[in-house]
Design a protein around this ligand. Sequence first.
Ligand SMILES: Cc1cc2nc3c(=O)[nH]c(=O)nc-3n(C[C@H](O)[C@H](O)[C@H](O)COP(=O)(O)OP(=O)(O)OC[C@H]3O[C@@H](n4cnc5c(N)ncnc54)[C@H](O)[C@@H]3O)c2cc1C
Length: 238
Amino acid sequence: MKLNATVEKVVGPEKKVILADGEEIHYEYLMSTMPLDLFTQRVEGLSSETIQTAQGLKHSSTNVVGIGLKGKPKESLKTMCWMYFPEYNSPYYRVTVFSNYSPNNVPDINQHWSLMTETSESSAKPVNRETLIDDTIRALIEDQLIESADDVISTFHMAFDYGYPTPSVERDSILKAVLPQLEPFGIYSRGRFGAWKYEVSNQDHSLMQGVEWANRVAANVPELTMPFPETANAMWGK
Ligand SMILES: Cc1cc2nc3c(=O)[nH]c(=O)nc-3n(C[C@H](O)[C@H](O)[C@H](O)COP(=O)(O)OP(=O)(O)OC[C@H]3O[C@@H](n4cnc5c(N)ncnc54)[C@H](O)[C@@H]3O)c2cc1C
C-alpha cells in the first residue's frame, strides 16, 4: 500500500502510473477517484477532444467553518446531529453539532462544545471568504444556535474546491463520451468526482461503487450503483 503519493501522469497505452517522485507503477486495472476533469488532463493517450469534453463537467465548492465555543450547547441542541438552513440570513446551508459526535472533538467536553457549518460556493453563488467567519457567527446568533459572539473561543475555515458534482444538463452526455475512452487503457473512473453522479456520490454510494467495480473486475459481476443510480437508490431505500 502506498499513501500520500501524488499521481503525476498515467500513460494509458502502457498501463503505467507515474508518481510525483518519479516512481512508476504498472497496472492491469486502474480505478481512479480523482475528479474526472482533472484526471483526463493527466492521462496520456486520450485525444485532446476527450480531455476538452471532460472540462465541461461542473462542480460547486464547499466552505467548512468550525466554531469552538465555551460552555455547553442549549438543551435543544444536546442530541442534535445536523440541521439544514435554507433561509437567506445565513451563509451556511447546514450546521453540525460537531462536539455531539465525540467528546474528543473539543479540549474538555465539560467546558467546551463546537459547531461545524458548510457554505456552498459557485460562480452562481459567490461567497466572501474574507468575512465568512464573521457572517457565520452573526447568522448562528440569529438562528439562535449560540447566544453571543463572546462564547466563541476558536474558529477554523477550509475551502474545498471540489465540494459537490453538479448534475448539469450536459453531464450525462459528457460521461458517455469520456468514460468509454478510458476503458481501453484499463482505467475506470469511480466515486464522487470520478463518476460525477451527484445522485450516487455520498460516502456510502462512493464505497459501493468501489466494491461493485472490484466485483466486476474480479468476478465479472455487473456494476449497479454507477451505471444505474435510480435503481440503486430505489433498492437501498427499501
Ligand atoms: C464538506 C463535505 C461534507 C460531506 N458530508 C458528507 C456526509 O455527511 N455524508 C456522506 O455520506 N458524504 C459526505 N460527503 C461526501 C463524502 O466525503 C464523499 O462521498 C466521499 O469522500 C467520496 O469518496 P471518493 O473516494 O469518491 O472521493 P474522495 O474522498 O474525494 O477521494 C479522492 C481522493 O483522490 C485524491 N487525489 C486527487 N488528486 C490526486 C492525485 N493527483 N494523486 C493522488 N491522489 C489524488 C484526493 O486527495 C482524495 O483523497 C461530504 C463531502 C464534503 C466535501
